[in-house]
Write a protein that binds this ligand. Structure first.
Ligand code: SF4
Length: 338
């Protein structure tokens, strides 16, 4: 992927502690991937307890291998969102504009030569579908990318207290756990002068299912994806499993869903409403028992596999490529000095 010949000062794993990055961590700890100098786990504060247990367990492996694990944080996503004294950070909620929303339509006419021209405009009430939207994703930058980048700069020798300026010529090779089935999420563009991205699972040709098999053979068969408890990107299978098997997390997410109806506690209140589920109805009423087309497809494929056909994993939240598109950076204060 990356064709640069720069010799890195450090090799650092971005550890989300989900399936793929846990595979890379274990490979590095077992000497199957060489040269790792450290791992960085950015804690949003709202991961499910199973992820924190995974991080604890990985820390023991890193310690045995003599590889430092750096835990970093930029606050607590859930608490900060509901605290009016905290800075507003947008989460990719599903939004529903008010019922009186109008849409403007072109009025066109076709002349005798068959050419269509706009001759005016009219307004009509928006359909429910047209009132639906999705919020910007600033949370990944704020709670994952920014603290990881700060730690990278610090490890590269940028001076305290702000760790902004990395000494010239010092560069980190950043290991990112994208697997072959996530190639659409990969962006190997250089974001700054002090990191070069590397994708070891792609080099090894490993898919997410290969990672799951690797983990199972290594005695890590219960690794779960890492993402916030109340992330709007959970699919129906994920929400169902949370409701049926992890009632405390479900209650937490339902409560949060109600609390964000007008957006975050800070910033302009929404004209419409925000929801965690894509149907734009309260989470406890959302049609999460509906098996989506994608889920059926996965189940059929998995019938011929040796993996769990009801695995609700959606791949987790990656700072470097999310299903919602590129993360939105905040403002100039938060951009790194490259
Ligand atoms: S898991 Fe979801 S809510 Fe959490 S940082 Fe990622 S996109 Fe934002």
């Amino acid at each position: 992927m990356n064709t640069t010949t720069t010799v890195p000062t450090l090799r650092l794993l971005s550890l989300g502690a989900g399936v793929q990055s846990t595979t890379l961590a274990l490979m590095a700890c077992r000497g199957e991937l060489s040269g790792l100098d450290g791992a960085i786990f950015a804690d949003t504060g709202w991961e499910r307890p199973a992820v924190y247990r995974q991080v604890e367990r990985l820390e023991a492996e890193f310690t045995k291998a003599g590889i430092p694990l750096h835990r970093v944080s930029n606050g607590h996503l859930r608490k900060d969102t509901l605290d009016p004294s905290k800075r507003f950070v947008s989460i990719p909620y599903f939004t529903l504009a008010p019922e009186d929303t109008m849409v403007r339509e072109e009025i066109t006419e076709t002349d005798s030569d068959g050419r269509e021209a706009i001759v005016g405009y009219r307004e009509r009430p928006a359909t429910r579908r047209e009132r639906e939207g999705i919020g910007r994703r600033q949370c990944t930058y704020r709670y994952k990318i920014a603290p990881i980048n700060r730690a990278v700069r610090m490890l590269l020798g940028a001076p305290a207290p702000h760790y902004r300026r990395v000494p010239k010529g010092r560069v980190a090779e950043q290991w990112i756990g994208f697997s072959t089935d996530e190639i659409y999420r990969v962006n190997d563009r250089r974001e700054n002068a002090y990191t070069i991205k590397r994708f070891p699972l792609l080099e090894l040709g490993m898919s997410r299912k290969d990672c799951l098999r690797y983990l199972r053979r290594a005695g890590w068969g219960d690794v779960v994806s890492s993402d916030c408890i109340g992330c709007p990107h959970h699919n129906n299978a994920y929400w169902r499993q949370m409701r049926d098997e992890r009632p405390e997390e479900w209650a937490d997410a339902v409560e949060f869903d109600h609390a964000i109806r007008k957006g975050g506690a800070r910033g302009e209140p929404l004209r419409g409403q925000a929801f965690l589920h894509r149907s734009c109805v309260p989470l406890e009423l959302a049609p999460i028992d509906r098996v989506t087309r994608g889920e059926w497809k996965d189940r059929q494929l998995d019938l011929f596999d040796d993996l769990d056909p009801d695995d609700p994993d959606t791949g987790g939240c990656s700072p470097y490529g999310c299903i919602s598109g590129a993360p939105v950076t905040e403002d100039d204060d938060d951009r790194e000095a490259a």
